[in-house]
Design a protein. Structure first.
Length: 75
């Protein structure tokens, strides 16, 4: 059962053996969303370069969701 459930929840690219990375790309209803970048086999170095370039050209990776601010203000 667990193996089947894990397969259903896995990214198809992971099941195919393809590398991927997720970077922050915005918010929907105050919750963060990510951009999944999938590469061909053995392209991990290129994926890291692309993800780094994206983060350097945007500011999504430094923004916090509103819920994060609410929780930390109480402490």
């Amino acid at each position: 059962m667990f193996g089947e459930m894990a397969d259903m929840l896995a990214e198809p690219s992971s099941m195919a053996g393809l590398p991927g990375i997720s970077v922050p790309c915005g918010f929907i209803d105050g919750l963060p969303i990510g951009l999944d970048i999938i590469g061909s086999q053995y392209s991990e170095a290129k994926l890291l370069q692309v993800a780094f370039a994206y983060e350097q050209s945007t500011s999504w990776h430094i923004k916090k969701p509103k819920i994060y601010k609410l929780i930390n203000e109480k402490n």
